[in-house]
Design a protein around this ligand. Structure first.
Ligand code: URA
Length: 449
């Protein structure tokens, strides 16, 4: 943030009117409006109007780049150049059951690349990485910059998952909260600049983006997801960060668990060499991308071996202990469970990610407002995935919560998201054909097309 000028060089109303009328915002105007908003000179209602104008009118690539840089300049930038190893980070645009960061960060560190994974808490139907880790008894998310450096350096585990400090892109922190209350979140220029300002300020040398597509994601359509991925890859490359993206499926939940402690448990299975195929596949694919982007290309089999032989688990245990957690402590379990069963014989043809995410949220796994607490044990365990044959009365999902009055509303939405079709139907054949298709849809790299 710059010091306040004696006289403000621009007027917020002019800036809003320019974008409202479909104009292009100059770099000077963008620098000023983002800085003046951070200083409190541009009022919340003015920034709301500007965000809506951007939402409706869009931004050109140069405007998005200038907006991103202005948000980076609103705060501090971390610098990992003193480390003796390259750094790589991963960012997911958010999905249901997305626990990949937990096995991925220690796995990448095994191969000599440090992983500064500065994360957030969840809001709405997608979970937050910190909420998941906070279900481990004793584990704490807040670390100083010196502690982060210690975790990443030679004498640390080489990976850290912790809260992003308030000093990183503070303009985005305020703007994101404002967008949440003004229906201006789902806008590619604003999402891309929000995510990339934090990631570039974080100081990673390489970045891999997991851009989710499908009902449980921000981006429901492939075209939108591709545009978001390309925009973010472009911003990263322009800022000197080696950036790549995978477009991945979020039409069904990832893995078999949704909810904080439940997802930690599944991550431990992956770190012990097991776990659901889709979680392992995505962990290994993102690991490969991160290592290659950091200049340490590593084969799929080598990554799988580090999950199977305990090396990734050793890093995980060190990471958890260094942040006050007990890696051997029992994870919390919810006090009550309820089982959703298959209504008929057939094939599970639909398991909608959004429905499962909202159901887990209603059980207490997520929060509606930033200030809300989450239940560590709440969530959903899935017993079948699309394409599998099921018998009438067989369990499809177990719901977990400490507050059983939540079951009814969670079951309501979950039932709507689950479809069992007769085994001989076209839907069943299509679901069975898609089974095992894999989660990775497309790769977008920073190399010229
Ligand atoms: N995540 C962010 O950090 N910002 C957005 O705008 C959307 C998702």
């Amino acid at each position: 943030m710059t010091s306040a000028p004696a006289v403000e060089p621009f007027d917020a109303v002019d800036v809003i009117a320019c974008k409202r009328d479909g104009g292009r915002l100059s770099r000077d105007r963008i620098d000023w409006v983002v800085d003046a908003y951070t200083r409190g000179v541009v009022a919340e209602e003015q920034m709301s109007a500007l965000a809506m104008a951007i939402y409706l009118r869009g931004m050109e690539p140069q405007e998005i780049a200038d907006w991103t840089r202005a948000m980076i300049d609103s705060g501090e930038r971390m610098d990992f150049s003193a480390l003796d190893r390259p750094t790589a980070d991963k960012h997911s645009t958010g999905g249901v059951g997305d626990k990949i960061t937990l096995p991925l960060a220690p796995l990448v560190a095994v191969f000599g690349v440090s992983v500064p994974q500065l994360s957030g808490r969840g809001l709405g139907h997608t979970g937050g990485t910190l909420d998941k880790l906070e279900s481990i008894p004793g584990w704490r998310a807040e670390l100083s910059n010196d502690q982060i450096m210690e975790m990443l350096g030679e004498r640390g585990p080489g990976a850290v998952i912790c809260a992003a400090g308030a000093g990183l892109a503070p303009a985005d922190r305020r703007l994101y909260a404002l967008r949440d209350t003004t229906a201006t979140v789902s806008c590619i220029p604003l999402i891309a600049s929000s995510i990339m300002s934090k990631k570039i300020a974080e100081g990673t040398g390489a970045l891999v983006l997991d851009v989710k597509v499908g009902s449980g994601a921000f981006m429901k359509e492939l075209d939108q997801a591709r545009e978001l991925a390309r925009t973010m890859v472009g911003l990263g490359v322009q800022a000197g960060v080696v950036t790549r993206a995978l477009l991945t499926d979020m039409s069904v939940p990832l893995g078999l668990t949704v909810g904080n402690a439940l997802e930690v448990r599944e991550s431990l299975e992956v770190l012990a060499g097991g776990g659901p195929d889709d979680v392992v596949e995505l962990t290994v694919a993102l690991g490969q991308e991160m290592l290659a982007a950091a200049g340490r290309p590593t084969g799929r089999d080598e990554l799988r071996a580090a999950l199977g032989d305990g090396r990734a688990m050793d890093v995980w245990r060190a990471m958890v202990s260094r942040q006050g957690g007990d890696p051997d402590a029992a994870l919390p379990r919810a006090a009550h469970t309820e089982v959703l069963t298959a209504p008929s014989d057939g094939v599970l043809t639909g398991l909608d990610a959004l429905a499962v995410g909202v159901a887990a949220w209603r059980l207490g796994a997520g929060r509606a407002r930033k200030e809300d607490a989450v239940q560590a044990g709440a969530g959903i365990e899935l017993h079948a995935k699309p394409g599998e044959a099921v018998r009438a009365g067989a369990p499809l999902a177990t719901l977990h919560t400490d507050t059983p009055e939540r079951f009814e509303r969670a079951l309501q939405v979950l039932r709507e998201g689950v479809v069992v079709s007769p085994a001989l139907s076209q839907e069943a054949e299509a679901a069975q054909a898609l089974r095992g298709r894999g989660v990775i849809i497309e790769r977008i790299a920073d190399e010229p097309a």
